[in-house]
Design a protein around this ligand. Structure first.
Ligand code: SN0
Length: 315
């Protein structure tokens, strides 16, 4: 595998999940694979889990890690071709990507959606430019439209916790004080289409995700109806795709409560974190025995380690 840009880069999901679970049982089994190799992690946005779990994964493989927060510390980058650079941006992606490629063997990039212009975000300017101009493999650590490391983590976590062969999985929108990207929801939706699951999305009217991502997945605008008999409930806020980047009416009645969880088949509660307690989900739910959020965060290391293993084995 050259790059891990989206979940389409996974050639066989069942094999990948099995391999990640094996790595989890013996995380130091590949401790020489990355010896004398360096991973560079570039962040254009904040991070806790992605940053530390990817570092941890690299360390488990014997790699060296260098991390840079680009916003405020790196030169502001220009991406346009043939631009006269007499405005604010100091450095072109062409040089930046080639220079970083000389210092590192693998590159991780986080660059969230700006939520200003849908076409710009969905063209994945930042990630695709790094992939185009780097000479080393690039890993998506949440781009404008996807978070494939999180989705791989979620596939691992569901597999580990499922009690029946074809679980019912519900992705439910939740309210949030800020406009958030669609990235986590997009990759989760794509991932569930590759799993043997009875998958339903529920959200208020106006929060439809891109149809090229949701495809045939059923959408139920009635949250309580969707939650019936669910085995896994994945909660996530996203801003509108149609009215791009807007939060519309931000209906607080969509918060996940214990009362709603009682409609489910004792469902496991999932969220990628960070989460706004008592806005997105009540304390009673996230603190319950059915909450998988801490386990999910733990699995981030093994998802990243698997991706790095695949890249190192190829290079
Ligand atoms: C990001 C998102 O894409 O939704 C990252 C999730 C892994 N989440 C946020 O930006 C939350 C910020 C907040 O203030 O709650």
């Amino acid at each position: 595998m050259n790059n891990y840009f989206s979940i389409q880069d996974i050639d066989s999901l069942p094999d990948w999940v099995d391999e990640a679970i094996k790595i989890k049982k013996d995380p130091l089994s590949g401790k020489n694979l990355g010896r004398d190799k360096t991973i560079g992690l570039l962040f254009f946005n904040p991070s806790l889990r992605t940053r530390l779990s990817t570092q941890k994964a690299a360390l488990n493989l014997g790699m060296n890690v260098i991390v840079m927060n680009f916003t405020g510390e790196g030169w502001s980058l220009e991406y346009g071709d043939g631009i006269v650079m007499n405005q604010g941006n100091s450095e072109h992606i062409k040089e930046a990507a080639q220079v970083v490629s000389q210092y590192c063997d693998v590159l991780g990039i986080r660059a969230f959606a700006k939520l200003e212009n849908r076409e710009d975000d969905y063209n994945e300017k930042v990630l695709k430019s790094f992939i185009k101009h780097s000479t080393i493999p690039v890993i998506n650590m949440e781009s404008a439209t996807g978070h494939p490391l999180q989705a791989l983590t979620d596939a691992i976590t569901i597999t580990e916790n499922q009690k029946n062969k074809k679980p019912k999985v519900v992705l439910s929108w939740a309210p949030h004080p800020k406009a958030l990207p669609q990235a986590v929801a997009n990759s989760f939706v794509e991932m569930m289409q590759h799993m043997d699951a009875n998958f339903v999305i529920t959200h208020p009217v106006g929060f439809e995700l891109a149809s090229h991502i949701t495809k045939q997945v059923p959408i139920d605008y009635n949250q309580k109806n969707a939650l019936k008999d669910a085995d896994f409930v994945y909660i996530k806020n996203w801003s509108s795709y149609q009215d791009y980047g807007k939060t519309l009416d931000n209906d607080l009645s969509w918060k996940m409560t214990q009362e709603k969880m009682e409609l489910t088949n004792e469902a496991k509660f999932m969220h990628c974190l960070p989460v706004r307690r008592n806005v997105v989900v009540d304390d009673a739910v996230i603190d319950s025995k059915n909450s998988l959020v801490i386990e999910q965060a733990n699995n981030r290391t093994y998802a990243a380690q698997l991706v790095l293993t695949k890249i190192l084995e190829k290079s």
